[in-house]
Design a binder for this molecule. Structure first.
Ligand SMILES: [Zn+2]
Ligand SMILES: [Zn+2]
Length: 875
């Protein structure tokens, strides 16, 4: 028999094992008509990304599921890939350029995109390598990228199809604009925060009288673009003024008073200024009253040239200047502190500017309803179920999706314009000629929101081709996919969009289950962030403890949908568990003969063998149930407890006398040890793939690999309920004796007789040897009842054990020791009682401290009771 090295060093093992799996092509999923497919598509990490703990968590869950299903006989496909991540990537490359003193405009679109592709080729593979160190059994032959040929083709197919169906339109809308990133943001890309601000109370004078209307604004600088003032039509204070003209301060333009339901009568003065170009509500009011839209900001939020006095000023600088001028002109009434909700860019934190512009939109209402229905009727279910509420909430309140972005990195919008006659064409072709005047057309310079392509990910990666070609064999076999594993933070961004995109384009839901997990937080429960400096690099953890330890910790520490905490000690505990397993394997192998042949479970199983086998059998049953219900943490904890307690701490100890004795009993123990070890390795493999494979290679050594073995399932023929329950009584009795001895401070080397009072006499008589080996018994006597006044006792539901006290301790010595303890306890009691009766202390000390002292006193008294009981027992 080969031997395992003394200690397990993951660094020596993991990459070698991974290469073996790769060399044999075991990650590649075949379209096997005799098997059922099981498919997961990876949530594509950003191409610029580095593996962080959140990825490691997400990928561990996916790999556990994929490995489990593969062992259950499915053709299990895990599609890997990454996302081009539009703005995020473009910003990185622009930062690089800035170091060279360049902007993307200096390079021009084509050269700039070359730089981004260079960047992508350099860093795109990094995250792939990092996924491999974690042990991810992705099908690397099917690696995809959201901008590869197939995915790009799918994007065009879908865009053109939507356009032709009227689901995509171009329109002038108020959008969220980041003046720093210079692009639109979808609603979900805007963060809202309360900021301290002001209400500037202004007065606008009537054109033909000296009267004023007073109103308040949080953004005085937008006054330059005011085109009306509005009041509520039911507001009796102002009804007679509707239609009159006001003179806009500073600008001195004439603007009308209009009546609109949008105005709240009881808020402020009941009068609001209307700036259609710079406020979403005002934009709507403007449309209703046909008001002019006057834009006062440049794209980077500076005042436009039309206002020479302020032109070129940043919006916040302009605010100061304008407030000063309003005051000088007598238009400023007063300033009031006011806290208001401000939208900021989720990438750069800049205050978002509402902006009117022409953009492309996806019409959401017709797409949202089927996506709602598909979850309501159970075609796709959320685990945990409660997350369907988040899903419905977003879909029921969804607005049209602005999909155009003013950046260059991404899928360029397949629309073409004729600059001569204004004609527009939407086409899958890469160029177009004007159908009206025959001139070459100019492609829209905008790109699509990065989520537009990731919304197609579950089918674009499997070779969906739209209506133009026959779908690929992969698509026919592996689609729809099965489980989507993702964080609750991207239900809106991603899950919803995949759902409606799949339903619209493939007529099927993209996956049957959405398994939601939370965030990985630090040990104190804080989010990990650069600014807090509390981030953990999973690659460092893997280097220190091994990928198996990290995976086991991540899989064990959580329930679906909940956040988890990263605790270093838990990774250490997982590493210790791996070592425990390693040592148990070494013990088994060292006790096998060179010519050992594994023949399976022997016919002559002993009571303790049946106890072990039966417990393992039930473990297998439960682990299957837990994994099928996505309770990974429950499954891994059960496997851990079985390996550590049942197998290592009990069964191995129970076999030692048989191994020493030799003969047939030893031979059958060897078979049981190997059978159980193989089963445990298989159960554990999805969680700890490397160490289980490494042990398998040595223990089995027939050239097979564990990753393709059948996962253990419940086997009726080895269900030994009765024997298991019987031996459980023995285990409980031995544990009880050990506890009693520990309480009495008796070292294991002190042997003593045990009298066992029980109705199961035959059972306990048959296991005398175990009491001798594991409970320090010199001899045992089993009987119906014992009368032993001077004895320590241990009680279980099936037996009472008595141990003669004089055999456990030297009476005089023990009495002396107890006397010392008694004196010490008495001192504590006296001290604490005195303190707690001191009125000065009680009056001054905080309640917490008093309670703590009271608790100490109670403990000291408890201890005293125990000491007295022990002294009494000694006689
Ligand atoms: Zn920004
Ligand atoms: Zn034309």
């Amino acid at each position: 028999m080969k031997e395992l090295p003394k200690t397990y060093d993951p660094r020596d093992v993991e990459s070698r094992i991974y290469d073996m799996w790769m060399d044999r092509g075991y990650f590649h999923a075949r379209r096997d008509p005799d098997k059922k497919p099981f498919t997961i598509v990876i949530p594509p990490p950003n191409v610029t990304g580095q593996l962080h703990l959140g990825h490691a968590f997400d990928e561990t869950i996916q790999d556990v599921l994929i490995r489990y299903k593969r062992m259950k006989g499915f053709s299990a496909l895990w599609v890997p890939g990454y996302d081009h991540a539009g703005i995020a990537t473009q910003i990185k490359v622009e930062e690089e350029l800035r170091k060279e003193g360049l902007t993307r405009y200096d390079l021009g679109r084509e050269k700039f995109l070359e730089r981004v592709w260079e960047w992508k080729n350099k860093y795109g593979s990094r995250i792939v390598e990092q996924l491999k160190t974690l042990g991810s059994s992705c099908d690397w032959d099917r690696e995809r990228f959201t901008m590869d040929e197939g995915c790009s083709k799918a994007v065009k197919e879908v865009f053109v199809k939507y356009y032709e169906k009227g689901l995509i339109y171009r329109g002038e809308r108020m959008v969220n604009w980041c003046p720093k990133c210079l692009t639109t943001l979808s609603d979900a890309e805007v963060n809202y925060e309360d900021q301290a601000g002001h209400f500037w109370h202004l007065r606008y004078k009537f054109k033909d009288s000296d009267e004023y209307l007073e109103l308040a604004t949080t953004r005085p600088e937008t006054l330059l673009g005011d085109t009306a003032v509005a009041v509520n039509p039911n507001d009796e204070r102002y009804q007679h003024l509707v239609g009159k003209m006001l003179i806009l301060p500073l600008v001195h333009r004439e603007i009308p008073v209009v009546a609109d339901d949008y105005v709240e009568m009881d808020f402020g003065t009941g009068v609001v200024k209307i700036t259609p170009a710079h406020d979403p509500n005002d934009f709507e009011v403007g449309k209703r009253h046909d008001l002019e839209v006057i834009n006062v900001f440049t794209d980077d939020a500076k005042i436009v040239a039309d206002y020479p006095k302020y032109a070129g000023m940043d919006r916040f600088e302009a605010r100061k200047a304008i407030v000063a001028d309003l005051e000088a002109e007598g238009a400023l009434v007063r300033v009031e502190d006011y806290s208001h909700n401000v939208g900021t860019c989720y990438r750069c934190g800049t205050t978002v500017e509402p902006k009117v512009s022409t953009q492309w939109f996806v019409k959401m209402a017709p797409l949202a309803q089927p996506a709602i229905d598909a979850v309501k009727n159970g075609q796709t279910k959320f685990v945990p179920e409660r997350f369907d509420k988040t899903y419905y909430h977003w879909l029921e309140n969804i607005r049209d999706w602005c999909i155009s972005r003013q950046i260059w990195w991404g899928h360029q919008i397949p629309a073409f314009y004729c600059d001569d006659c204004g004609e527009m064409v939407v086409t899958k072709e890469s160029s177009a000629v004007c159908p009206k005047c025959g001139k070459p057309m100019r492609q829209d310079s905008d790109t699509l929101d990065t989520w537009f392509s990731s919304a197609l990910w579950p089918f674009s990666t499997l070779g969906w081709t739209g209506n133009s070609d026959e779908p690929s064999e992969d698509f026919k076999y592996f689609y729809p996919t099965n489980t989507l594993v993702t964080g609750y933070d991207i239900i809106f961004f991603w899950v919803i969009r995949m759902m409606f995109s799949a339903l619209e384009n493939t007529d099927k839901v993209p996956f049957d289950t959405v398994l939601i997990h939370g965030l990985v937080r630090d040990a104190e429960g804080r989010k990990m962030s650069k600014s807090l400096g509390n981030g953990i690099d999973p690659l460092e953890v893997i280097d220190q403890y091994g990928a198996d330890a990290l995976r086991f910790m991540l899989a064990t520490g959580n329930a679906p949908g909940n956040d988890m905490r990263y605790i270093d000690d838990k990774v250490k505990a997982a590493r210790n568990f791996a070592n425990k397993l390693w040592n148990a394997s070494r013990f088994i192998m060292m006790n096998l003969p060179d010519d050992f042949q594994f023949t399976g479970l022997p016919a002559d199983l002993t009571l303790e063998d049946k106890w072990l086998v039966s417990k393992f059998n039930r473990l297998a049953k439960e682990v299957n149930q837990n994994l099928d219900a996505f309770e990974l943490g429950v499954a891994s904890t059960k496997i851990y407890d079985f390996i550590w307690d049942v197998f290592c701490d009990w069964y191995i100890e129970l076999t030692k006398p048989r191994i020493q004795a030799g003969g047939a009993s030893k031979a059958s123990a060897q078979q049981v040890l190997v059978w159980t070890m193989q089963g445990m390795l298989k159960l554990l493999h999805p969680f700890m793939p490397f160490i289980t494979e490494e042990i398998w290679q040595t223990l089995v050594g027939d050239g097979s690999m564990i990753m393709l073995q059948d996962y253990p399932v419940f086997d009726e023929s080895i269900d030994y309920d009765k024997e298991e329950a019987d031996f459980e009584k023995v285990v409980a009795a031995i544990k009880a004796v050990r506890n009693t001895r520990t309480e009495l401070n008796v070292p294991p080397s002190v042997k003593a007789k045990i009298c066992i009072e029980t109705a199961d006499k035959a059972l306990f008589e048959g296991v005398a040897l175990f009491f001798q080996k594991l409970a320090s018994a010199s001899e045992i006597e089993v009987g119906d009842s014992f009368d032993m006044p001077n004895a320590a006792s241990a009680v279980t539901h099936a037996a009472r054990m008595f141990i003669p006290m004089e055999q456990l301790v030297d009476k005089e010595k023990e009495l002396a020791r107890l006397k010392k303890e008694q004196d010490k306890a008495q001192k504590d009691i006296d001290f604490l009682s005195k303190k707690l009766s001191n009125e000065g202390f009680l009056a001054k000390a905080p309640a917490q401290l008093i309670d703590a002292e009271k608790a100490k006193l109670a403990k000291a008294q408890e201890k005293m009771d125990k000491i007295l009981a022990s002294m009494k027992a000694l006689g």
